[in-house]
Structures are given as C-alpha cells and as structure tokens.
Design a protein around this ligand. Structure first.
Ligand SMILES: NC(=O)c1ccc[n+]([C@@H]2O[C@H](COP(=O)([O-])OP(=O)(O)OC[C@H]3O[C@@H](n4cnc5c(N)ncnc54)[C@H](OP(=O)(O)O)[C@@H]3O)[C@@H](O)[C@H]2O)c1
Length: 337
C-alpha cells in the first residue's frame, strides 16, 4: 500500500502530541484531485483541535490530521475532475492553494477542484499557504459587514493572521483600518502593513483615537476576533447602524451583553464560521475570491505576511509560536517531499 507522511493526532494535548506518521496515500475519487502539498498554513483553530476542543466537522476520519489550508501542485485527477480543472484554467501540474476543513498537515491531500485557487504569479508555495484561511475569512467578514469604500473598520487582534489580512483588504478597498493589539511590536508592524491607526490596548485611548479617525461617528464595522468582555467595549466604538461580525473568540466565548446598547445603536451582530459551512457555499466563496481578490496578489497590492517558515520536522514548534502569541501574520510549515 502506498503511504505518505502526515501529522496525526492520536491523543490530545500540548504541541508535543503532534506526531508524524506514515498513513495511506489518499486516492482521488469522482471529481476530486490529489495535490502534493508543499506548504501548510497554521491556524489558531489547529491549536484548539490539537487540544481536542474543535473536531473536524462530519464523520471522524480514521486518521485525524489537522490543517485548514495548503499550497502545492495538482498531482493527480480522478476522471470527473478534468471538466472542473479546465473550467478553472487548471491542470495536473498547476501550482495551487486551497482551503480544507482538516487534513492539510500531510504530504498529499484530496479535494474538490473548486476549493482550489491558482497560486498567484510570483508567489512562493510558503506565501501561498498563508493566503486561503486568513484572507477568505477576513474578506468574507468584510462582505457580511457591508464593507465598502470609505468605511472604517476596527480590527482587534490586528497582528493575527486574519487581522493582518483584514488590514490589507480594508486598505485595498479604500477604507480606514484601525487595529488593536496587546503587543507594542505588533502595533508598529500593523502600521507597516497599512493600518491608519494601530493602537496598543491598555495604553492608548482607543475611544478618542476612533472618534478622531472617524469624525466622531465611530467605526462602521468591527471584525471581532477577540470578543469576551471586550465585545462590549468594541460595540461602544460602533457607529449608529454599524455591524459587528464575530469571527473569533480569543478573549472568551461567553459574554454579558447590554442589549440596550445594541438597540440604541441599531447595530447588527453577526456570527460566522468558515470551516463548517456547506461545501457548495465554500466553493462559491472560493471562486468569487479567485475572481475578485486574487488579482490583487499578482499586482502586489496584497502581500501575504509570513512571520516564519518552519521546517516539516518542527510541527510542534510551529504550534508553539502561535501558542505564545509570537507571530505577526502567518506561520507556515514547509512540507518535505
Ligand atoms: N470564524 C471563522 O471561520 C474563523 C476563521 C479563521 C480564524 N478564526 C478566528 O480568528 C482568530 C484569529 O485567528 P488566527 O489564526 O489569525 O490567529 P493568530 O495568528 O494565532 O493570532 C492570534 C493573536 O491574537 C492575539 N490574542 C491572543 N489571545 C488573545 C486574547 N485573549 N485577547 C486579545 N488578543 C489575543 C495575540 O496577539 P497580541 O500580541 O496582540 O495579543 C495573538 O498573536 C481566532 O480566534 C480564530 O479562531 C475564525
């Protein structure tokens, strides 16, 4: 039986439970393709899954391999995949990036071609692996929040993978990006990637800075990555009829929310999750992203921010970097062939 190497979760716990193992090489069926993975983006969700707190949706696979995004080369196509590949301008041998609901920490993955994006011209595999989850999540959040030219967006956890992508997307869309971080170094780096105001939580007068940046109106949209008790503070910074899109709960998933504030602002509170979305919805989003946003990478308007590329053998260290909140932007695991 042909095998491949993958990081398999056989128990849950700290980074050390990530162990490389030989497991069966997956065979593409129906309209699927097999991609030889060159690099994998590490996400906060992977840390939760490793602790046994965020299982892959659907039936439990025989080998639990984490990983939501990858870049690599289309290596094999099942007979039904060719029509999709052709439609997308891809073929066996094309460099691609992709979104998964699990399984990317492996030398090969099997997926549907419509979940793939062509790797933009001039980008390396390690840069490509830093794109799908962060940029799709941020862009989808902006769409759900009604973002358009001239709008002001608050981005808590501005130094996270999603936060950096959001900052770049807001600037590319002609908006005002206001980021928050708890780490002075990340505040500086947020300015480097285009934030109009990058604020240090606990030190800067966030309310005053937001008023100044928005002509007293407040932000039109909060891309909520932190939540917990901070959700109320962020809601207070919202303009009338603004929207809070809850994407992450780094600061806590349980909140006590004064609904009077929500009502007085006539605000919208929206929750969103990428991983468990129906496949068709995900494919449509990926392909719309391909048409509308991907050209901005080829032109250099958007530049994936890779904090560190970690060698394949050092998967646990890649998790440690996120665990210790060291990263600004993405950590990428380079996959050995
Ligand atoms: N809804 C979805 O579909 C979806 C998709 C992707 C990601 N997400 C979520 O989006 C969030 C960001 O993910 P990511 O992978 O981009 O994160 P990441 O790269 O790991 O960055 C997280 C950063 O958030 C800050 N942080 C951590 N704990 C915090 C806390 N308790 N309070 C305030 N700030 C905290 C830290 O920066 P500082 O130095 O500033 O503290 C940390 O570096 C996560 O909650 C993730 O689960 C959701």
């Amino acid at each position: 039986m042909a095998t491949m190497e993958a990081y398999v979760l056989e128990s849950y716990g700290g980074p050390e439970v990530l162990q490389r193992k030989a497991i069966p090489l997956p065979e593409p069926q129906g309209d699927e393709v097999r991609v030889q993975v060159k690099a994998v983006g590490i996400n906060r969700a992977d840390l939760l899954q490793r602790r046994g707190r965020y299982p892959q949706p659907g039936e439990k696979p025989p080998f639990e391999v984490p990983g939501l995004e990858f870049a690599g080369i289309v290596e094999k196509a099942a007979p039904g995949a060719h029509v999709h590949l052709k439609e997308l301008g891809l073929q066996v041998g094309s460099p691609v990036m992709g979104l998964l609901s699990g399984g990317a920490y492996a030398q090969f993955v099997v997926t549907h071609p419509r979940l793939l994006l062509p790797l933009p011209e001039g980008l390396s595999f390690t840069q490509g692996a830093a794109i799908p989850e962060a940029y799709l999540t941020a862009w989808d959040g902006l769409l759900q929040g009604g973002f358009s030219l001239g709008k002001a967006v608050l981005i808590p956890a501005g130094g996270s993978g999603v936060g950096v992508a959001a900052t770049q997307l807001v600037k590319a869309g002609g908006g005002t990006a206001i980021t928050l971080s708890r780490t002075p170094r990340k505040v500086e780096l947020s300015r480097d990637v285009g934030a109009d105001r990058a604020l240090l939580v606990g030190t800067d007068d966030v309310a005053r800075e937001v008023r100044e940046a928005t002509g007293g109106r407040g932000v039109d949209l909060v891309l909520e990555l932190v939540a917990g008790p901070h959700l109320v503070e962020h809601l207070q910074l919202l303009s009338p009829k603004g929207t809070v899109v809850v994407i992450g709960t780094l600061g806590g998933g349980e909140v006590s929310l004064p609904l009077g504030l929500l009502m007085a602002k006539r605000a919208r509170l929206v929750g969103t999750l990428m991983r468990s979305r129906p496949l068709e919805e995900k494919m449509d989003l990926v392909q719309r992203f391909s048409r509308e946003i991907l050209p901005l990478f080829a032109s250099g308007t958007l530049v994936p921010r890779v904090h560190e590329v970690v060698p394949w053998e050092e998967g646990p260290r890649a998790h440690q970097i996120l665990e210790e909140n060291q990263n600004f932007g993405k950590v990428v695991l380079e996959v050995a062939s």
